[in-house]
Design a protein around this ligand. Structure first.
Ligand code: NOJ
Ligand code: CA
Length: 569
């Protein structure tokens, strides 16, 4: 212990001697000089700025709105907020089309507002993470405007320009994930440019070192402003086959009616890992954390994003979790594999591109209990959780009912099979008043009737609410050492209905029991193998459960019940 303390003092003295240049900029404080980096024990919270809190009544959330809610986030137990893009943008993809990486969109405020947000957050020990849209810019970015102006422009090779195969024929068969061809013809220079997303989001050419330099400098700009890290957007589409080989066509049609395709030559090229490792080196100069939007189909694939020696992303998101059916068996199998894999797990149950967890898992009868069970699940695992705003109050998807109400362009293009992502992006529900207290104006997306019951104010006053449950379970993460450091040990592995596990560390053991079924369940536990001869339990948190403190006997759980107890011998 003494050695550690001395080492810590030495590091701090050295940092002070260096003018604290890099460590201070990235919001690293003395409490972080422990064995574990801060992000391992943090609860992250995704804020979609358009929809969180509107401070000026224009119906769109903004930075000052976020600042005004920092006390709420602190009280909830949040350690870091990830703000989805708030940079100048034509808003075709609601900010994921950036026209200036080093500024704030006036709709959201100013750089001064941003600095104020970072400094107010820091006072509350909350770090700020920004979104780095690394694959593409807006077509209104000065780089692209120059690039398309002539074949010999300074920025021509910053994007991917190619001749067509023939009159009216794009260079190859690659498709945009947003429903059109991935190539757009530009008559000024008679060439096509490549866009994996909307045509207004041309892909950057990451094979050009000038692009890498400019983009790496963007991260430096924000680190110096106190940003603690980035969530990296769409990393899988960074590189494309330079020979533009056609992708293999698969049987069947996609939701836009196009032939299915294996994205063999324009996704997940190995060069991506090299670039991410180089980006990590820059992050390390500032003690920053990188979170990845890492869509994978297997745990092995997810492992690759950590890098061989942990030299790539610290927190590649496990997005596979968002595709699992609500089944104890499916969740057990998956978590067992992720927990056993290399790297620190990063769990997510929903985000701004995915149906809200409340609606996805809800059966229409037990939705609130399921929401609590899911909190009892992913906030008690070994790993870092990333919450999505509104999840803590059980916000439901509010999908557009008519095509003319759709705001997200993919919803317009794919209607009615693809309704777009508006439903998961509706305003945060602060109270039961007009517009759920989000704005005094007309909200950019409608507030559902369920805001009457599922809102921060109402739920704060109810100890049995989803919000109160979230607060308690997050609190447990901070007070029970086993929740942070403890090993994950699955129990009763043949139980098809109940998912149970221990979090066990030398300083304590916590038992988590989750009924993934609508029927009552009564599991029993033999913890001999785990070193307990006559285990006793003490409830830390429960919902729809009836378990007496004392010798660990049958755990009685109602539909989707949750029991979390401290185990001693
Ligand atoms: C992933 C983002 O999460 C999504 O919202 C966006 O549309 C695409 N990347 C393109 O940037
Ligand atoms: Ca506003």
């Amino acid at each position: 212990m003494r050695v550690h303390r001395n080492l810590r003092t030495l590091v701090m003295v050295m940092a002070m001697a260096l003018g604290c240049a890099t460590l201070c900029n990235a919001q690293i404080g003395p409490s972080d000089m422990k064995e574990q980096p801060w992000w391992k024990h943090a609860v992250f919270y995704e804020v979609y700025p358009r929809s969180f809190a509107d401070s000026n009544g224009d119906g769109i959330g903004d930075l000052n709105g976020i600042t005004s809610k920092l006390d709420y986030l602190k009280d909830l137990g949040v350690d870091a907020i990830w703000i989805t893009p708030c940079f100048p943008s034509p808003q075709v993809d609601f900010g994921y089309d950036i026209s200036d990486y080093d500024n704030i969109d006036p709709m959201y405020g100013t750089l001064a507002d941003f600095d104020q947000l970072v400094s107010e957050a820091k006072k509350r020990n909350i770090r700020v993470i920004l979104d780095f849209v690394i694959n593409h810019t807006s077509d209104q970015h000065p780089w692209f405007i120059d690039s398309k102006s002539s074949r010999s422009s300074a920025h021509r090779d910053w994007y991917i320009w190619r001749d067509g195969k023939g009159q009216g024929q794009p260079p190859n068969n690659w498709l945009s994930t947003f429903g059109l061809s991935a190539w757009k013809f530009d008559p000024t220079t008679n060439q096509y440019y490549y866009h994996y997303f909307y045509p207004e989001q041309p892909d950057l050419n990451w094979r050009n070192p000038a692009v890498e330099k400019a983009m790496f400098d963007v991260t430096r700009f924000w680190y110096k402003r106190g940003v603690a890290g980035f969530r990296l957007d769409a990393v899988d589409s960074l590189f494309e086959d330079p020979n533009l080989t056609d992708n293999p066509v698969l049987p069947g049609k996609d939701k836009f009616g196009r032939p299915n395709m294996e994205e063999k030559y324009n996704k997940k090229l190995p060069e991506m890992h090299v670039t991410l490792q180089r980006l990590r080196k820059v992050a390390d100069e500032y003690g920053a954390v990188l979170i990845g939007e890492t869509w994978t189909s297997q745990v092995k694939e997810l492992e690759a994003y950590y890098g061989e020696n942990g030299n790539e992303l610290q927190l590649p998101m496990d997005l596979m979790l968002t595709n699992l059916p609500l089944s104890a068996e499916a969740f057990r199998e998956h978590i067992n594999a992720v927990d056993a894999a290399r790297g620190w797990p990063t769990y997510v149950i929903t985000n701004h591109d995915i149906r809200r967890s409340y609606s996805r898992y809800g059966d229409g009868v037990h939705n609130d209990d399921i929401a609590k069970m899911m909190a009892g699940f992913y906030l008690t695992l070994r790993g870092t959780p990333i919450m999505y705003y509104g999840e803590e109050i059980g916000m439901a998807n509010n999908d557009p009912k008519r095509k003319e109400d759709v705001k997200d362009p993919i919803g317009l293009l794919g209607w009615p099979l693809e309704k777009g992502r508006d439903g998961e992006r509706t305003p945060m529900q602060w109270n039961g008043g007009p517009n759920a207290g989000f704005t005094t104006g007309k909200p950019w997306l409608p507030v559902p009737a369920s805001a009457q019951t599922h809102n921060v104010q109402t739920e704060s006053e109810n100890p049995d609410s989803i919000l109160s449950f979230y607060k308690s379970v997050i609190q447990l993460r901070k007070t029970e050492p086993a929740m942070l450091e403890g090993a994950y040990i699955p129990l009763n592995e043949s139980d098809q209905n109940v998912l149970s596990y221990l979090r066990k560390s030398p300083t304590g053991t916590v038992l988590v029991v989750l009924n993934f079924s609508p029927a009552p369940q009564n599991p029993t536990f033999d913890l001999q193998k785990q070193g307990f001869t006559s285990p006793k339990t003490k409830a830390l948190l429960q919902n729809q459960a009836d378990v007496a403190d004392g010798p660990l006997q049958t755990v009685h759980l109602q539909a989707y019940g949750t029991y979390i107890g401290r185990i001693t011998d």
